[in-house]
Design a protein. Structure first.
Lengths: 389, 410
């Protein structure tokens, strides 16, 4: 069985920060040869800290100054023998350095050119400088998660959202374009908007607004229509448990777990509707019950009574979870625990290829020598001149 | 295969056929994305209809706008898979499909004897490697189990008073739809014609964890990811840049003048060019991050007297990244989204027309053919119409089978 469906596909990757790198990491995990164009003068590339190593697996790294005519000529040579170009430049840079789709399709007509930008490459706001974090505000999602506040706390700003979900849309678009190319031989141009990528995942808010309504509850803090439902503090410093009751069986399970005979006899206990009407009061009762209880024990008791419940877990606990290891979501590779490079599990336990993030410029000889056939002296001269850097 | 969906004749996935089974937002949205890209999607519902047909918001006639968002463009077939006719039709549909997208419950119901099944994406709460406990797992609970909620409320000034918080809207499930679409395209890239096909295991839990890039990087880097407490004086840098939320007289903006040259222009916009000469206040990125709370206060004194629109326009002119915090209504009216024909009108049986987001990208083939955007569409068929389509398909399949048998005899 061939898992590496993109074997033989070469991608020239100009992208940086998060959305583009996450995209090409996924494509690399499916067997594509990703050539990351870097520059040692950019701190992001030279420092490589934080999440850089998590989102730049499965790539080759070369360093090139694309602002010089020689650098641009090398890019054209590379595009000539590649299948996909991924970029998130500003509109100005694209044209200035001759890297636009119109320029590159002259060299390789069937190139798949993928442009991810904040607002898209058309429309009155196409040239606006935008970052994923700001688009979480412009898309309105921050106000749907929590009350927006100057400290930017608990309103969906961290961890990044717009960038990872843009990566998922971008990967979808590229795989569709490769499918199309394999069927027809035709390349394509994809103009992806990060704003649209974010807004398209907010249907409840948009559809309510279109009907002149507001969603009855925030799904970030509760399950709509369930009662009780919320996230409650347990014993200890920072332990929380989410639970949600929708059905009669779950309600009976909750009464059993809470061991509170009075609860089942309250006026609000009768039906799901009466419980929903009394949601604040019911949530208070649950909050009082859980406040002094051990979260792990309460979770076990609720689940065994058939009540949907989970502690609010953190990454350290998730990485240590045997279920996650069994699913190969995390694996130890050369002494380092790594996350799976693809978010699904195929037969035979395959979760995407994994090669560690390359050192900057590690593949200069491969890209400029092996692929482009440039003699060593010429490469040395270009390095001396600062074109390969 | 005869096309049952609205024929567009276009799209990169033209000729690819998907069969969708079971009730799940991620499965439905993933299949819809494939449909938007030109695939033919046949969604099989029980006789009573998919329970998501009752999900809010509802139109006055009871139709669900949310169900329409997930299922427009698909052929809907309503059948009882416990009957011989139902099983026969399901099998015929599977025989002709390239891929099945299904919930774990739907696959379990179909049994191991479903030999006509092509490659199958199976969507479940925690994956096929863990037997279901029988306890319902809602998207809300899932976001806490996966760590998404904990890390979305981290760091905070007062962890004891700030509960973990989940995604907005249906985001947690919608993002699952994108993973479904990607996995479907991956499976399509290496078609295995043997039947029954491969099982590809998609768990809601896994895919939410997969998005937690920074928390995983922090854990890998040896940081204490269990501690949510923050230093309130320092600003938040996200993907390398400092970001501020500033209330205005009629709303709020978010702004990120992260580079020194952007900061300088932003100070000019605020009428405070002198600040840039105060090295201890805002000399460079590090100083600004350390003084973020103080700077926030100073900047808010100005923005609080300004209209959101004016702040955004002034920042735009100065090439500083600055956007308003939108409401859903703002988005429906947004000039950029409108100019790009992002919304398409979906018409319901009662005549209601609602704008709904389309794919977030323009897709133009080398020959200049563009995947249509902003084209009016019909809402999905009713359950009654889905049952009628099932009957018609059954009759046509039986006729086809009889004709084939007659041909073989002659």
């Amino acid at each position: 069985m061939n898992h590496r469906i993109l074997e033989g596909i070469r991608i020239v990757d100009f992208s940086w920060v998060m959305a583009g790198p996450m995209t090409t990491k996924m494509l690399g995990a499916m067997g594509a040869e990703v050539i990351k164009i870097e520059s040692s003068s950019r701190p992001e590339f030279s420092v490589r800290d934080g999440m850089f190593a998590v989102i730049n697996n499965n790539k080759r790294s070369c360093t090139l100054n694309i602002t010089t005519p020689e650098g641009q000529e090398i890019i054209r040579d590379l595009v000539r023998q590649s299948h996909v170009v991924v970029e998130n430049f500003s509109s100005r840079v694209l044209v200035k350095y001759g890297l636009s789709y119109d320029a590159l399709r002259e060299i390789n007509p069937s190139i798949i050119f993928v442009s991810a930008s904040g607002m898209g490459r058309t429309g009155p706001e196409k040239d606006l400088l935008a970052y994923g974090s700001l688009l979480q505000g412009y898309s309105g999602r921050v106000g749907m998660i929590g009350k927006p506040n100057p400290a930017l706390e608990a309103m969906g700003i961290l961890p990044a959202w717009t960038d990872p979900i843009t990566a998922l849309w971008e990967t979808t678009a590229i795989l569709s374009a490769v499918h199309h190319w394999r069927q027809t031989g035709q390349g394509s141009y994809i103009d992806l908007s990060m704003l649209e990528a974010t807004v398209s995942l907010l249907p409840e808010a948009l559809l309510h607004a279109a009907l002149g309504k507001e969603p009855p509850e925030r799904r970030s803090t509760t399950e709509t229509g369930a009662s009780p439902s919320g996230c409650f503090r347990c014993a200890g410093d920072d332990n929380w448990l989410a639970l949600s009751v929708s059905t009669e069986t779950e309600w009976r399970g909750l009464c059993q777990a809470m061991n509170d005979p009075a609860l089942a006899n309250e006026a609000f206990a009768e039906t799901a509707e009466t419980r929903l009407a009394a949601k604040p009061e019911l949530n208070e009762r649950v909050a009082a019950w859980l406040r002094s209880r051990d979260a792990t024990e309460a979770e076990a008791a609720l689940r065994s009574a058939g009540v949907p419940a989970s502690r609010s877990r953190h990454m350290a606990e998730i990485v240590a979870d045997p279920h996650m290891r069994e699913r190969a979501m995390f694996r130890e590779i050369d002494g380092v625990v790594e996350m799976a490079t693809l978010p699904w599990l195929a037969e035979e336990g395959w979760r995407g290829d994994f090669a560690p993030t390359p050192a900057i410029g590690r593949d200069n000889d491969y890209v400029f020598g092996t692929l482009l056939g440039m003699p060593a002296e010429r490469r040395a001269a270009l390095a001396e001149a600062g074109t390969i850097r | 295969m005869k096309r049952y969906t609205e024929i567009t004749g276009r799209g990169p996935l033209s000729g690819f056929t998907v069969l969708e089974l079971g009730s799940d937002v991620s499965a439905a949205f993933g299949a819809r994305v494939l449909s938007d890209l030109g695939a033919e999607v046949i969604k099989v519902e029980p006789l009573g209809g998919d329970p998501l047909r009752r999900e809010i918001p509802l139109l006055p006639n009871g139709d669900s706008a949310f169900f329409a968002y997930l299922n427009r463009g698909k052929s809907l077939v309503s059948l009882d898979d416990a009957t011989a006719d139902g099983q026969y039709l399901l099998n015929e549909l599977a025989t002709r499909a390239d891929l099945v997208i299904a919930t774990a419950e739907a696959i379990e119901r179909s049994g191991s004897g479903w030999t006509a099944r092509p490659d199958t994406l199976v969507v479940s709460a925690e994956g096929l490697t863990r037997p279901s406990s029988g306890v319902r797992v809602s998207p809300f609970i899932q976001q806490h189990a996966s760590g998404f909620a904990f890390h979305q409320a981290s760091p905070v000034t007062d962890p004891a008073a700030t509960p973990p918080v989940g995604c907005a809207d249906w985001e947690g499930d919608m993002v699952g739809g994108l993973v479904v679409a990607i996995a479907a395209l991956w499976a399509a890239g290496s078609p295995d014609k043997s039947r029954p096909g491969r099982m590809i295991d998609i768990s809601h839990e896994d895919l939410l964890i997969y998005l937690l890039v920074e928390p995983f990087a922090d854990w890998q880097g040896g940081k204490d990811v269990t501690d949510r407490l923050r230093d309130p004086s320092k600003g938040l840098t996200i993907a390398g840049g400092l970001v501020w939320y500033l209330p205005c007289s009629d709303g709020a903006v978010m702004v990120s003048p992260r580079e020194d040259h952007q900061w300088q222009r932003w100070c000019e916009v605020m009428g405070q060019p002198a600040w840039t000469t105060d090295a201890s206040l805002c000399g460079d990125r590090i100083v600004r991050t350390n003084n973020a709370a103080r700077l926030q206060e100073l900047m808010a004194q100005w923005t609080a007297t300004q209209l959101t629109r004016d702040v955004v326009e002034a920042a735009k002119t100065a090439r500083v990244a600055c956007f308003p915090v939108s409401t859903p209504q703002d988005l429906i009216e947004n000039i950029q989204l409108r100019a790009r024909q992002f919304f398409e009108d979906v018409r319901f049986a009662d005549g209601t027309v609602l704008p709904m987001p389309s794919l977030p990208f323009r897709f133009i083939s080398q020959n200049g053919e563009e995947l249509p955007r902003g084209v009016p569409k019909s809402a999905p068929a009713s359950v009654a119409d889905a049952a009628k389509l099932a009957s018609a398909l059954l009759a046509s399949e039986r006729t086809r089978t009889s004709e084939a048998a007659l041909e073989r005899q002659s």
